[in-house]
Design a protein around this ligand. Structure first.
Ligand code: CA
Length: 439
């Protein structure tokens, strides 16, 4: 486990003034990694601090770093976050300590001004998908989601018998994972109306969001090398927000017998910043099962997982319709949930299970958690659940109703860790607008 150190001190402040606001997503205790591009330039690797980004190519060029640090900064200066992620937790930990010291308010003014030249305001750059994602797997670890969606499809048998034994997942498409802010068109797919004998190819009428977190793999494992659960988190770089957009009418027709296919592969949105396991260290929570549930098989359980396997992240879903945008009305929060309350399996269990048969994970691979609905109906992480399968539309403050998303709707996911005695750690925004289908 990652020990708390001076970089987590809640009293630590930065000479970057915007990082010191109590509501900042990116205080000096966070330091998440992402990719940025200025107009007309190439992609760079950056670390978010307050409203700014530290451009790590400039940091490598201008900072007075030791030889060891120059070595660590080299792949980052070259724009290759995956190569840095492959180095594992010790390298990440080391760089975090150095950047934390260099950005601290106590640093000498001359050192401040050298690093200040490496800052660029976030609003002036394009933020991309944070790393090269080679493979993407989507899990299904939200038990309240699995139960309530199961009820819609199978009222008498909502949770299939394997659910409490196997961390269920399927292999998805990395090619359509989109950066924050990238709009996408309503997808076409095969849809079979209940009153029709045959399906038709048409635009989905039931486009939905899924509130998820993304687990980004750091150090990989070789083919045939199972990662034991005790070491699983050594292979995790950090977490993001993740929206696994879904076409429910396509899904209903195609999902048996092999699971989702085109209903999930038209778009997914990832947030721009990978929040590292170091930044999340103050927000670990026990992993527990109800006593009468099956306890995990031995390869899915260890003391560290039991004591601190969960992450306490608060999550929100915000909706702004086209009409709200036209009238200048702000987005409305339609759901609040939490990672720890929603998840039946932990991140370590996802990694241990994914690799137990010998599957190789590579730096930059993404594991989606699955929809993280809380235990209460209003905490659901999808419209499918919030509208009870489309039967009971949600009502927005301006009187509009939604069973599923309409063209022009913008969904924004937000996430943050907060507790007394620790600095707030935010995840930034994960936002996209649904556009009309392309004919
Ligand atoms: Ca999903």
């Amino acid at each position: 486990m990652i020990e708390l150190d001076a970089t987590h001190d809640p009293a630590l402040r930065s000479w970057v003034a915007s990082a010191n606001s109590p509501q900042a997503d990116f205080p000096i205790q966070n330091l998440p990694f992402g990719r940025l591009r200025r107009a007309g330039q190439d992609w760079r690797i950056g670390v978010a601090i307050g409203d700014e980004v530290l451009d790590l190519r400039l940091v490598a060029e201008h900072g007075a770093w030791s030889e060891e640090l120059h070595g660590l900064l080299q792949p980052l200066a070259a724009g290759d976050l995956n190569a840095f992620m492959a180095l594992g937790g010790a390298a990440r930990h080391r760089l975090r300590a150095e950047l934390s010291s260099a950005l601290a308010a106590s640093v000498a003014p001359s050192a401040q001004s050298a690093l200040a030249r490496c800052l660029v305001p976030q609003r002036e750059v394009e933020l991309g998908v944070p790393c090269d994602i080679g493979d993407y797997t989507d899990f299904y670890i939200g038990i309240h989601h699995a139960t309530s969606v199961g009820k819609l499809f199978r009222p008498d048998n909502p949770l299939l018998p394997n659910y409490k034994w196997v961390p269920i997942g399927y292999h998805g498409r990395a090619s359509t994972i989109l950066p924050d802010g990238r709009a996408f068109a309503r997808p076409h797919g095969q849809i079979k109306a209940p009153d029709s004998e045959v399906p038709q190819l048409r635009a989905s009428q039931r486009v939905d969001f899924e509130l998820e977190m993304g687990v980004v793999i750091g150090q990989g494992n070789g083919v045939g090398e199972a990662v034991p659960i005790e070491r699983a988190e050594e292979h995790v770089f950090g977490l993001t927000l993740f929206n696994d957009w879904s076409a429910r009418d396509v899904q209903a027709w195609e999902y048996q017998p092999l699971g989702p296919f085109l209903s999930k592969n038209f778009a997914s949105t990832i947030s721009p910043w990978i929040v590292t396991l170091e930044a999340l260290a103050p927000f670990r929570a026990p992993f527990a099962r109800p006593a009468d549930d099956p306890q995990p098989l031995p390869y899915l359980q260890c003391d560290t997982n039991r004591n601190q396997g969960a992450f306490d992240v608060q999550l929100e879903v915000w909706l702004q319709t086209a009409a709200m945008r036209e009238r200048g009305l702000p987005a409305h929060c339609i759901s609040r949930s939490g990672f720890a309350q929603a998840a039946y399996w932990t991140v370590a269990q996802m990694v241990a299970h994914h690799t137990v048969g010998g599957c190789a994970l590579r730096p930059g691979d993404l594991l989606g958690t699955g929809t993280l609905s809380g235990p209460e109906p209003q905490q659901a992480g999808s419209l499918l659940e919030l509208s009870q399968g489309g039967r009971k539309p949600i009502v927005l403050p301006d009187g509009e109703q939604r069973s599923f998303l309409l063209d022009g709707d913008c969904i924004t996911l937000k996430g943050a860790c907060e507790r007394p005695g620790a600095a707030r750690i935010g995840f930034g925004s994960c936002s996209a607008t649904l556009l009309a289908a392309v004919d």
